[in-house]
Design a protein around this ligand. Structure first.
Ligand SMILES: [Zn+2]
Length: 150
């Protein structure tokens, strides 16, 4: 798990009322519909200042969302951030340890670490060698982030 995704500020898909599986064409339609709805030049007369501000903010967000998602490279980057963010949301990270903090279980050929619930975290040797990973407890819903040894 990379650290960049801890603070996802805006979900561009929700702003466009879209899903990560939507194709470019669908995104474009949703973008165009919202842009028409919130464009400063298209506002109905009699809108309160507060509403006008709100619409302007939505317009800026929608515009930014389209810029990010219509570009293949920036969309791919955002998808990665989103996935990492969702992973952390689903499994609250209880602690961050390094492989050295874990116990080597030679019988099972894996690393283990005690959870405060009394259960255990297990990390396969290959996984430990590959990259930082998030490991779930075998008993409760906690997880730990394991950093590669340096
Ligand atoms: Zn546990």
């Amino acid at each position: 798990m990379r650290n960049m995704a801890n603070d996802l500020q805006k979900n561009w898909y929700s702003i466009l009322d879209a899903a990560p599986t939507d194709g470019l064409q669908e995104l474009k339609q949703k973008y165009q519909r919202l842009v028409l709805m919130f464009h400063p030049d298209k506002q109905k007369p009699g809108l309160s200042e507060e509403e006008a501000d709100l619409h302007l903010q939505r317009f800026i967000d929608v515009d930014q969302a389209w810029k990010v998602l219509s570009n293949e490279e920036s969309r791919r980057k955002f998808d990665l951030q989103l996935r990492a963010h969702e992973l952390k949301q689903r499994w609250p990270v209880d602690a961050c340890v390094t492989v050295e903090d874990m116990n080597w279980d030679s019988g099972n050929e894996c690393y283990s670490y005690s959870c405060r619930c009394g259960g255990e975290f297990h990390l396969e040797k290959e996984e430990a060698e590959e990259e930082d990973s998030v490991v779930c407890c075998d008993t409760c819903s906690l997880s730990i982030e394991v950093k590669r040894s340096t």
